[in-house]
Ligand binder design. Structure first.
Ligand code: NAD
Length: 369
């Protein structure tokens, strides 16, 4: 088996420049410890790519991402580029990468670290023990359906979008979700609005069919309005949630915010392309869920943990290195348990540190494990 793991490193803008080096250092430390050969290649993306190359996703960056086994991305955007035409805004790079890499499944875990319970706006007894994963369909549904537009209508205008899903699209996202559930507590909740929307009636039917191949996973269905309510009422009932692009957009933000700390939340986007020589491993893009935080960029204040945890997801989902992935998560847990916090999650009685020191402390824990 080819042992080299090629990672395209795209720091992007703002705090992306500060948090990505920490995640790369963590991967390097893990590689050294376990004798894993990671190869890193870096390129510009987003606003800095616009400044340098005139476009948010230069051909060279795209080629690097497509040739790599996995992509580690920081964040893109910032006030400097906000006035630009929508077609060349930094955020277009993300859409371009998702499309060209065929990333149709977005995985967002929401885990509450016990020592962070006070950061949530919900009561401790409601959120303690949360460990759920939202699997969102990323390339179909109402965000991409045709026809779409705004047109003249009866003396005014008419805006319209199309919610469309094919059997194939539903089947492939369902399989990703069942596979994820299989590696966790084996419980999958599929979210739809089958009582009103025919396209999600099909969604429910196809997910139920795919379930036949996963008899060891318990499947239930829930309407999206009820899910939005259950997430704040009793989030611990969920293990894996699978849903459409738009419902997932909303619910994954809601689920993420249960934990109250944006700087701690990683994400993975997967396609169906296997890595050469590793048929069980999928190419993917890994990034924190937050943006480029221009308000704190360059001040050594950014929390690198969401990016470090995204790197841990990469090891698990793209490289099948579950033990190494768990070690990174454990190292993060230990640093938090020791009371170290970046300013965004600092509370009374904790020790405030900067981006670089947080990265260093995670590496020290990895070495000590
Ligand atoms: P943001 O996530 O960048 O910041 C929101 C708030 O959270 C800010 O106060 C910021 O300081 C804080 N924050 C975010 N990440 C943090 C971290 N790791 N550590 C400490 N604090 C952190 O969202 P925004 O302010 O709405 O957007 C800023 C820019 O980022 C915009 O240009 C937006 O388009 C872009 N953006 C990019 C992505 C992405 O690249 N995936 C996602 C969201 C927003």
């Amino acid at each position: 088996m080819n042992n080299e793991m090629h990672i395209a490193v795209l720091p992007g803008d703002g705090i992306g420049q500060e948090i990505i080096p920490q995640a790369v250092a963590v991967l390097e430390a893990m590689g050294k410890k376990l004798g894993l050969a990671f190869g890193f290649e870096q390129a510009v993306v987003g606003g800095c790519a616009i400044d340098q190359e005139g476009v948010p996703l230069p051909d060279e960056t795209l080629r690097l991402a497509m040739d790599a086994d996995a992509v580690l991305l920081g964040a893109v955007g910032g006030p400097k580029w906000e006035g630009l035409d929508y077609a060349i805004r930094p955020e277009r790079a993300l859409l371009g990468l998702r499309e060209k890499l065929g990333l149709f499944a977005n995985l967002r875990p929401a885990v509450l670290y016990p020592m962070m319970a006070d950061a949530s706006t919900l009561k401790r007894e409601v959120i303690e023990g949360i460990d759920l994963m939202v699997v969102r369909e990323l390339t179909g549904g109402i965000y991409f359906g045709q026809p779409r537009g705004v047109e003249a209508f009866e003396g005014g205008e008419r805006g319209f979008n199309t919610l469309v899903y094919t059997t194939k699209e539903i089947e492939r996202i369902a399989r990703v979700a069942f596979d994820v559930a299989r590696k966790r507590r084996k419980k999958l909740t599929s979210i739809d609005k089958a009582n009103v929307l025919e396209s999600t009636e099909l969604w429910r039917r196809v997910v139920t069919q795919v379930h036949q191949d996963y008899p060891d996973v318990a499947l239930s269905h829930m309407y999206v309005d009820n899910c939005a309510m259950q997430l704040v009422r009793n989030p611990k009932q969920f293990d894996v949630i699978v849903t459409t692009n738009m419902f997932g957009d909303i619910l994954s933000d809601e689920a993420a915010m249960l934990t109250g700390s944006i700087g701690l939340l990683p994400s993975a986007s997967l396609g169906s392309q296997a890595i050469a020589g590793r048929p069980e491993c999928l190419k993917g893009m890994y990034e924190p869920i937050h943006g480029s935080a221009p308000d704190i960029a360059g001040k050594d204040m950014a929390n690198p943990l969401a990016t470090i945890l995204s790197a841990a997801m990469m090891l698990k989902y793209s490289f099948g290195l579950n033990e190494a992935s768990t070690q990174i998560e454990t190292a993060v847990f230990k640093v938090l348990a020791q009371g170290f916090r970046t300013p965004d999650i600092a509370a009374e009685g904790t020790k405030q540190i900067g981006t670089e020191e947080m990265g260093r402390r995670v590496i020290d824990q990895i070495k000590a494990l």
